[in-house]
Design a protein around this ligand. Structure first.
Ligand SMILES: O=C(O)CCC(=O)C(=O)O
Ligand SMILES: [Fe+2]
Length: 201
């Protein structure tokens, strides 16, 4: 049994997706080894669990444009994942590059135990937007959505350019290993993760 999930192709369109790609490539020096939020308040880098790089810097106007794109379609996105929309969600947004050998092992995005204690909102809906140079100069790197019950093969979704995938944050998933033969940063598998979070009262 799987949770509901959905794929929306052409989510941001050619102009915005090209801007995002140019921004990511220009900002190569601002991508750092991405952390894993596990047992500490601060995310820590764990090479066995995750091999990807996260943008840390000033998003400029792209940040507001992205927030707007996600927020204006919030109720459609919640519905696509089988969830009731949240009033006044908090958005958590991160830009990530998976380069040659990149992966992110099976996990859920919702916080629990100690990690939850240090956060002021709960991740409810995960929306992952993919963008990269075309034609893609990598292979693999699919998003695998795993069943919440039953011994069933995962659903594998190709990270196609300008594609959004939406699923409940409690759904187990993983990023399968990617191969980028020339390992040029501009040929990476780029993504913007957007989590719709429910503020705590
Ligand atoms: O890039 C993807 O396909 C998913 C990334 C992910 O699962 C995460 O950052 O939590
Ligand atoms: Fe995830």
């Amino acid at each position: 049994m799987f949770t509901k999930y959905a794929i929306i192709d052409g989510f941001l369109g050619p102009e915005f997706s090209a801007k995002l790609l140019a921004f990511a490539v220009e900002n190569e020096r601002n991508f750092y080894a991405a952390g894993v939020t596990s047992s500490n308040a601060a995310a820590s880098v764990d090479c066995d669990t995750r091999n990807s790089a996260e943008f840390q810097g000033d998003w400029g106007q792209l940040g507001e444009r992205l927030r707007h794109a996600f927020l204006t379609r919030a109720s459609e996105l919640f519905g696509a994942a089988g969830l009731a929309p949240i009033t006044m969600p908090i958005l958590e947004i991160s830009m990530v590059a998976h380069q040659d050998g990149g992966f992110f092992r099976k996990h859920v995005d919702s916080l629990s135990d100690t990690t939850r204690r240090f956060a002021d909102a709960d991740r409810i809906l995960s929306a992952v937007y993919y963008f990269h140079g075309e034609p893609a100069a990598f292979s693999g790197g699919e998003l695998a959505i795993l069943p919440i019950a039953g011994d069933i093969e995962p659903v594998k979704i190709a990270p196609n350019h300008d594609r959004l995938v939406i699923f409940p944050s409690f759904a187990p998933h993983e990023v399968l290993r990617i191969s980028v033969p020339d390992n040029a940063f501009s040929n990476a598998r780029f993504s913007v993760n957007c989590w719709f979070c429910r503020p705590r009262i």
